[in-house]
Design a protein around this ligand. Structure first.
Ligand code: PLP
Length: 390
């Protein structure tokens, strides 16, 4: 019988989560208050070694609130990658600001050299402000996205940010658990280097709360502001006085009831993901025309997604044909997201020297990578890759 294999699905331990949910239901703590929220926040903060974390409804909500807290307003500009999930960019528009798109490098993350080149050649730095020569607008923030669990070259990104007085919002939604093992940031986790960092606990992420996210920082003032805005900006919570426009973005106790168990299992998920990645890699290396993209040196990656690069000439079929064959075999794979600078709502935005993002977009397919993928599943996928070659 044909076995269906999904791309990236949750790995939930039902019993402890049911106990937590039962406690929420019996106590009535099902909304934005309750002990699981603080417990989950404390565990995440401890895991990534920061002082505090703020639980939020989704990664998108975390990015939106963070951009606002970092001072992005109507008419500003924000630097972002074109190769990413659109949720990393849409919040820029929520703020009435405009993104400027930068290419990726071979890590699939934003190219720090092109970023620096854009800032030095296309912008003017005066009165501590970076002004885009083309639009005359001020650039305030870099949205630094760690793609597929790989890590950006944060040393270069932070140097550029410092030089041009830019804030850095780390979108670490895909990289919880990845950390640097070498260099200036050795021991530092994804999300803990910029001004604010954001995780996502959406169902396809390395740990899940169904939907949910967390904002982290060592800057208490910024985090307090995120928390304040996430609960409708209550200046006085008893008399309901609001001096600012807030959001209903706070994490639910029901979500945290999943998260507090999931975070305890994160290291074991990463272990399995590394094991399966290595197993894939060993066999894929033997297939002409295929390459499993590596994670950067000098990091411990969480190995969230596995990216298969297809050389159509050598493998015999290209990305789309391979995807279709996998569909017929009951195996879920996915191309990289459509590049954001080519999406309808972003066609008029500036895109700087985009080249590698297009190259990888055309050639990469993500293959099954769930942390509950069995040895047999991995073997089936490898077998199919061998069979499909022409
Ligand atoms: C790079 C990136 N940014 C932002 C998000 C948004 O997170 P969420 O789905 O929790 O809103 C995701 C994932 O969904 C993502 O992959």
């Amino acid at each position: 019988m044909k076995k269906n294999i999904a791309l990236s699905i949750p790995n939930l331990e039902v019993e402890p989560i049911l106990n937590n949910l039962k406690e929420c239901l019996e106590s009535g703590w099902v909304s934005t208050g309750g002990r699981f929220i603080s417990e989950f926040e404390e565990k995440v903060a401890k895991y990534v070694n920061v002082n505090e974390a703020v639980g939020i409804q989704s990664g998108t909500a975390g990015l939106h609130t963070s951009l606002r807290v970092l001072g992005v307003e109507y008419g500003d500009e924000v630097i972002a990658p074109t190769l990413t999930f659109i949720a990393a960019v849409n919040p820029i528009k929520y703020q009435g600001a405009e993104p400027i798109f930068i290419d990726c490098d071979d890590s699939l993350c934003m190219d720090p050299i092109k970023l620096e080149k854009f800032c030095s050649e296309e912008c003017e730095f005066k009165n501590s402000k970076l002004i885009n020569k083309k639009t005359g607008k001020q650039i305030k923030v870099i949205v630094a996205v760690h793609i597929f669990g790989n890590l950006l070259d944060m040393e270069k990104i932070m140097d550029t940010a410092k030089k041009y007085n830019l804030k850095v919002l780390e979108d670490a939604t895909e990289a919880l658990g990845s950390y640097y093992t070498e260099g200036r940031y050795a021991g530092k986790y994804a999300g803990t280097i910029g001004d604010l960092g954001v995780y996502s606990f959406n169902a396809n992420k390395i740990i899940t709360t169904g939907g949910g996210g967390m904002v982290i920082s060592n800057n208490k003032e910024l985090l307090d502001k995120v928390r304040f805005l996430s609960v409708q900006a209550k200046t006085d919570p008893l008399y309901f006085i609001h001096d600012e426009i807030g959001y209903n973005y706070r994490m639910l106790n029901l979500q945290a009831a999943l998260g507090t168990d999931q975070i305890d299992r994160l290291e074991s998920f990463i272990e399995t993901k590394i094991k399966n990645y290595n197993k894939y890699k060993k066999e894929i290396e033997k297939i002409e025309g295929l390459e499993l993209l590596p994670f950067n040196n000098g990091i411990r990656a969480n190995h969230w997604f596995y990216s298969l690069k297809i050389d159509k000439e050598k493998y015999g079929i290209g990305r789309d044909e391979l995807l279709q064959k996998f569909v017929e075999a009951g195996i879920q794979t996915r191309p990289i997201w459509g590049l954001i600078h080519e999406q309808k709502c972003y066609l008029s935005n500036q895109a700087y020297d985009i080249e590698k993002a297009k190259y990888y977009y055309d050639r990469v397919l993500n293959i099954p990578c769930s942390s509950n993928l069995t040895d047999e599943d991995v073997e089936i996928v490898i077998q199919k890759l061998k069979e499909f070659k022409k």
